[in-house]
Design a protein around this ligand. Structure first.
Ligand code: GLN
Length: 248
């Protein structure tokens, strides 16, 4: 009897230790709305998309539990910098400026910026025709910097999310939207169909990376996991599911 009690107590202690070790799930931020990388599925009310499923595959490969935290994009880099977040997967472009304050995984998607105007606009044909125009983009994104450095707009209107800036273009509040290629293309082929068009070139090619607090031990684990899911076909299956083509 005494032996059974001892085993029982040992078991309780062991279990409580496991509980402590796993108590803190990783907090992983994503953007609230950046389709098809992350968006709220209207049917389930849950966030889904390429980033969401890619992270899930990486977490399974590494063997970590996490809580997904959708938030305004501009809060993600500061949240990583202050280590309130453990990781951020949000179509986040790898830039030298961000590298000063956070770490990135290897790139997992090649992107760039596009310029979108209303279908009947003939005055804007590219970045060098934005003089005196009002252009919308999202707060805290690489498009803000790009416009500042490369265009002579009358005003750059900053919105917290994609929906608001696209709405503003449709209703005439701005002349153009500058934003990430895959999101612009998704809008052109779905909600904006027939009402908008892409003009100019693909600007500022930039890969997306997963962000981490500086010196996070997750960086090397995630990079290894990324390699593993590329090798076993998981990455390509997700790419095909969300972008309709094989990964390049
Ligand atoms: N790729 C852009 C950036 O990193 C936009 C990301 C986003 O809006 N989620 O700034």
């Amino acid at each position: 009897m005494k032996r059974i009690t001892t085993i029982f107590i040992a078991l309780v202690i062991a279990l409580s230790m496991v509980g402590t070790a796993f108590a803190g799930n990783l907090v992983v931020a994503t953007d609230t709305n950046f389709p098809p990388f992350e968006f709220k599925d209207p049917k389930t009310g849950q966030h889904t998309g390429f980033d969401v499923e890619l992270w899930d595959a990486l977490a399974k490969e590494i063997g970590v539990e996490y809580d997904l935290q959708p938030m305004a994009f501009k809060g993600i880099v500061p949240g990583l910098q202050s280590a309130q977040l453990d990781a951020g997967i949000a179509g986040m472009s790898i830039t030298d400026k961000r590298r000063e304050v956070i770490d990135f995984s290897d790139g997992y998607y090649d992107s760039g910026l596009l310029l979108l105007v209303r279908a009947d606009d003939t005055s804007i044909t590219g970045i060098d025709t934005l003089d005196g125009k009002i252009v919308a983009t999202k707060q805290g994104t690489t498009s803000v910097e790009f416009l500042k450095e490369n265009a002579n707009t009358a005003e750059t209107k900053l919105f917290p999310n994609d929906n608001a800036m696209f709405m503003e273009l449709l209703t005439g509040g701005v002349d153009a939207v500058m934003f990430d290629k895959p999101v612009i293309e998704s809008f052109v082929s779905k909600r904006g169909k027939g009402e908008v068009k892409i003009v100019g070139d693909l600007y500022a090619g930039q890969p997306y990376g997963i962000g981490f607090p500086k010196d996070s031990e997750l960086v090397s684990k995630v990079n290894a996991a990324l390699k593993a899911i590329k090798a076993n076909g998981t990455y390509n299956a997700l790419y095909k599911k969300w972008f309709g083509v094989d990964a390049r």
